[in-house]
Structure formats: structure tokens, C-alpha cells
Design a protein around this ligand. Sequence first.
Ligand SMILES: Nc1ncnc2c1ncn2[C@@H]1O[C@H](COP(=O)(O)OP(=O)(O)OP(=O)(O)O)[C@@H](O)[C@H]1O
Length: 448
Amino acid sequence: MDNKIRIMIVDDELIVRESLLTWFEKYGHEMDTAASGLEALEKLEQKPFQVMFVDIKMPGMDGLELLEKVKEEYPEIMVVIITAYGSIESAVKAMRTGASDYLLKPFKPRQLSLVMERIFRQQKITSDYYYLKGHLEQITRFDNIIGQSAPMKKLYSLIPEVAQSDSSVLITGETGTGKELVAKAIHAKSPRAELPFIAINCGALPDTLMESELFGHKKGAFTGATHARKGFLEIVSGGTLFLDEIGDISAKMQIDLLRVLEDKKIFSVGSKTPVAVDFRLISATRQNLENRIMDGVFREDFYYRINVIKIHLPTLRERKDDIELLTVHFMEKYSHETTKHVNRIKPDAITLLKSYDWPGNVRELENAIERAVVLSKSRTLGAGDFSFLQPARAAITIEQTLKAVQKEHILRILDEQDWQITRSAEILGINRVTLHKIIKRDNLKKRT
Ligand SMILES: Nc1ncnc2c1ncn2[C@@H]1O[C@H](COP(=O)(O)OP(=O)(O)OP(=O)(O)O)[C@@H](O)[C@H]1O
């Protein structure tokens, strides 16, 4: 018996609990005991067990009832029923309910060894099953991208193809839909995989900083440039450059980058000597760049350069079938990180998660699961663990006036953008001043 496992003994008789405990501890197993069915269920909520020895005759909840509950909530736990000679019918009943084996009282160490040998054999079969299931799960994911809905399957077949070409890629989709994840997957499958992947968030950098970050600068090029610095366009040397929020870059930066894409060389700030550069460009945006071209804030020629291949990522609302798969994935991830073993979810919680409209998409779902796992007092998440989610926004009905729909839409964008006026105005295609006026006129307030 080399395998060390976690075993719980459930028996109302102290002597049985202690004798089994002593016997198992000799083999180094991690043990726990419970004197009643209720105590056993409480302990199961706290940590996982692989095997339980359960006495049939106990006051209150008897062993059969406990067995039924365990099999319903924790089907993977192997339960060995302990029963007295003469009550063989209950042993048969227990086996039908899903017990793995039974032990007749009074038992000898030899019988216990035999039971454990059988348990380990069954466990091997189960772990082979999970290994195969893991293989199957590989089919429902691509690298770290999870999902088996139709648009995701299409994406999985597209990524390797796109990865083989060297054309510029534009990934569009709402915030949190996985644009960066997809960019990384394309890089990882491309011939440039061994070279750097550098991600820059264009929305977070002011223009001058962005220029020196991308192009680098000579010593003394500007106040504070105490030494020369290479830009990311040079550092990426042969790899992939990911420009996130490309819709946010200035007109000047669009011209500069367009020139780089055409000439494949750069001049660092303050330098007159060109440096050859080689990189593959992947950009991403939440915005509608065609609208921004029409508004005259995005260059059409630059747009065609960055948009040779376009990949649009669906919102989570459009692939609700993936919510359960993603939820289980994030529960495993955060259970592992927090070592809390919160690895079950009740159907009412799944229903709730599917009814929510996820304006922040997968990122919001991931954060919600992390929060629920961290705060959970038990191993099972229920609908109550997600009470912090706002109720799904009401769907538009035909009775609503255009004004009401407009108000709801503006509020929604504001909430999604955390009331950042500039960003929200850009998404809405109006200027900041107009948005301020509407907020004041309609008395719009942050929804919590
Ligand atoms: N299909 C997916 N499977 C697993 N995790 C995902 C998936 N999509 C997104 N995520 C996770 O959600 C988070 C947000 O993803 P990512 O940063 O790629 O989104 P994004 O579209 O680039 O967001 P933004 O537009 O706000 O920059 C990350 O933690 C990512 O791992």
C-alpha cells in the first residue's frame, strides 16, 4: 500500500474508530474520523477525502442515508460500508446504492488489507478515466483558451492557419473577450514562437512616452534621457508585437507606425541613423475602427495595413454554452491557487451565471469565480455565493421609447467603462462634452 490517501472513518463506536485509525496510520494515510453522519458531511465540506469507511448502524442518520448523500454530492469518493454479520441484506443494498465494498464486523487485518487492495485497483481505473477525460478536455480548449461553442471551434481552426502567415492581424471584440490570449496563441503557434512576444497597451501611454517606448531614444534626445534606450520595435527582434487598444493611438503615431510597416526600419528619437526591424504585428481593439475612420480620427491607409487578417471574438453573452466549462476551469484554477478545494458548483449557481449578461465578458466571469472561491466557507458554490452580481439588464421591449433605450445604452457603456468619460464617449461615437451634457440632462448615476 504505497499510495497515501485521505480516509474518513464514520462510526458511532469509539473503539471501531480508534482501531481503524491505528491500523491505517501505520501506512501513512491521512486520517480523520466522525461519530455521526452529520459530522461526516460537515467534514466533507471542509476538505476532500478519497475513501470513507461508514458504519451502517448509527443513531440519527444511518450509514445508508449517508452513503446516498455522499454519492449524490461527491460521487468520486469510494465508500466502504461496515456491517455486522447477519445484516448482509443492507450490505447488498449499500452496494446497489454505490458503495465500493463492504466489511463484515468483527474484521481481521487481513480482510482490511484485501478491501484496500480492491480500493486501489478501482482508484487506478478511475484515475485512468480522468486521464482520458483530460485528453478529451484538450479538445474543448486551445492552449489556454477555453470553450467548445461553435464560434470558439471556428477560432481554434483559424489560429493555426493565421499563425503560419506573417500578415498583420487585427483582433476585435469587447473588453475581456480574450483578445490578448488569442494574440499569444497565434504567436505561440507561429514560426516566431521562440522569439519575444511584446504587448503594449496603447491606451495607457501618452503619445510622447509611446514614441520613446516603441522607437527608443538616443542619449540626450530629450530632458531626462540620460542614456540611450532601445525601443520595443527593436527589442522584439523577429518576434511578435501586440498593440492593444490600437484605436487609441494618435494621428502622428499612426503615420509613424505606417511608415515602419512599409519601410521596415526605424529612427530612434534624436537619431538620424535607420535601424532595420523585423516583427509581426497583431493589434486589438474594442472600438469600431470603421466608425473612427468616418469620424476622421483613424487613418484609412493605416487601418488597411493593420487589418490584413481580421479575427472577431464573440462576447460571452453570445456563447453562454461555454459558461459552465469556463466556470469549472476558473474554480479549479482558484481552488488550486488558494488551496481551498472549492471544486463543486450547484445547478442553481450555473443557472444564475448563465442568466447574467457579462458586460466584462470572460474577465468579469473569472473575477466573479475568484471572489466566490476566496469568500466561500464550503467546498460547494451555490447561487448565494454570487449575490454580488448585478441582475441581468432588462432586455429592450417594443414599448420602450427611443429615449429610454438610448439612456439605458449610455448607462451601460458608462458602467462597463467604469465611468471613464473619454473612453465611453469614444465608444458611443460622441464627444466628451456631449456626453457630459447628457449625463447632466438625464441625471445619470453610477449603478452599483
Ligand atoms: N476563452 C477564454 N478561456 C479562458 N480564459 C479566458 C478566455 N477569454 C478570456 N480569458 C481570460 O480573461 C481575462 C481577459 O482576457 P484578455 O486580456 O485576453 O481579454 P482582452 O479582450 O484582451 O481584454 P481588453 O480588451 O480589456 O484588453 C484573462 O485573464 C484571460 O486569461
